[in-house]
Design a protein around this ligand. Sequence first.
Ligand SMILES: Nc1nc2c(ncn2[C@@H]2O[C@H](COP(=O)(O)OP(=O)(O)OP(=O)(O)O)[C@@H](O)[C@H]2O)c(=O)[nH]1
Ligand SMILES: [Mg+2]
Length: 393
Amino acid sequence: MQTTSSAERVHIAIFGRCNAGKSTLMNALTGQQTAIVSAQPGTTTDPVRKAMEINGLGAAVIIDTPGLDDTTLLGTERVARSAKILDQTDIALILFTDKSFETELQIMEECRIREIPTVVILSQADRLNNSEALAADIAVATDKKVLTISALRGEGMEQLYEALRALRSEEQRLITEGFCNAGDKVLLVMPQDKSAPKGRLIQPQVQTIRELLDRGCIPICCTPDTMSAALSALGKAPELIITDSQAFDAVYNLKPAESTLTSFSILFARYKGDIALFTEGVKALKSITSSSRILIAEACTHTPQNEDIGRVKLPRLLRKRFGEELHIDIVGGADYPEDLTPYHLVIHCGACMFNRRHVLSRVEKARKQGVAITNYGVILAALSGILERVRTN
Ligand SMILES: Nc1nc2c(ncn2[C@@H]2O[C@H](COP(=O)(O)OP(=O)(O)OP(=O)(O)O)[C@@H](O)[C@H]2O)c(=O)[nH]1
Ligand SMILES: [Mg+2]
């Protein structure tokens, strides 16, 4: 379980006013004293995260949040904080405790706009002597089914897990969805050269192989050097071939005409983001001039490496093509600007550290502002002439 990266976990965030019982629910879900609980309003001042495995739902991160009405924080900061959490929330648990619903309905509206599924909860039911009537009022106000729970006593938790499992199965996405079916042979051509990590496969390769096995496909692995031998061994052309950008030309030349070809970076751009918008976004390359501004946005902050894509390789390729004066800003981690309008194009990293929701929140910001957006895999494929030769969606 610990090996599932945070990006692959369903992010479940708990929202409500101070003292609604958010931290108590967090502890009940995780089965540990993960968050501090007290009768003092405003106990939780920063989001608390805990990775866990939920039976039947899989790897999750539970996020406990500060009260939405916490007056110890400045109003605008509070809103900004919850918006930041919503940016990465896959499922929101909204806690209600009494008859005033205003704050709860506001956050639900925000979730509706962002298409974040919500679970409506009447919290601390053991304290109430009119929980049924209150639950009925909340159901009318929210137009949702209401779960009545007592996190302190562990009552109603099974129904909560059930609701989470149901939402999760609606959300589940596949990397290779639509590219192959059960029984299909899928040839994975994966160069294992100097740049590959020693003794293991990289995460996108591992995840794709695992998914193909789960889907009843037949993954066959080879390197560019052994691709011809693998094709002869197969007898019949594989339905799908997936390769790495660096081996693309060699693989393209050997590919049987009947096989569909795509790349790991295209599949992951689609899995992690909005491939239609990303392929549309690279069209902005046509109108870039040496005075254009480009934003390169990375999900994580990391020590730049020698051939770092975002900091070295992409700026070099772009400047070579559009001129040395090309203005390129590079931001990392949480520094994604609110105002993207100065930019001609936003190029986002592959986001191995972000969940899909988080990438889509950023994509949506660009779309709303009418700014073209793409990602590393798609732009590198476009710049090297791969994009028009692969299936992207
Ligand atoms: N009886 C009862 N008390 C509860 C329940 N859940 C929480 N409480 C109590 O309510 C108080 C607040 O609980 P917390 O879990 O700290 O509430 P919170 O929403 O995290 O509060 P903040 O961090 O201040 O926003 C504590 O005294 C808890 O013991 C419950 O299900 N039943
Ligand atoms: Mg708390």
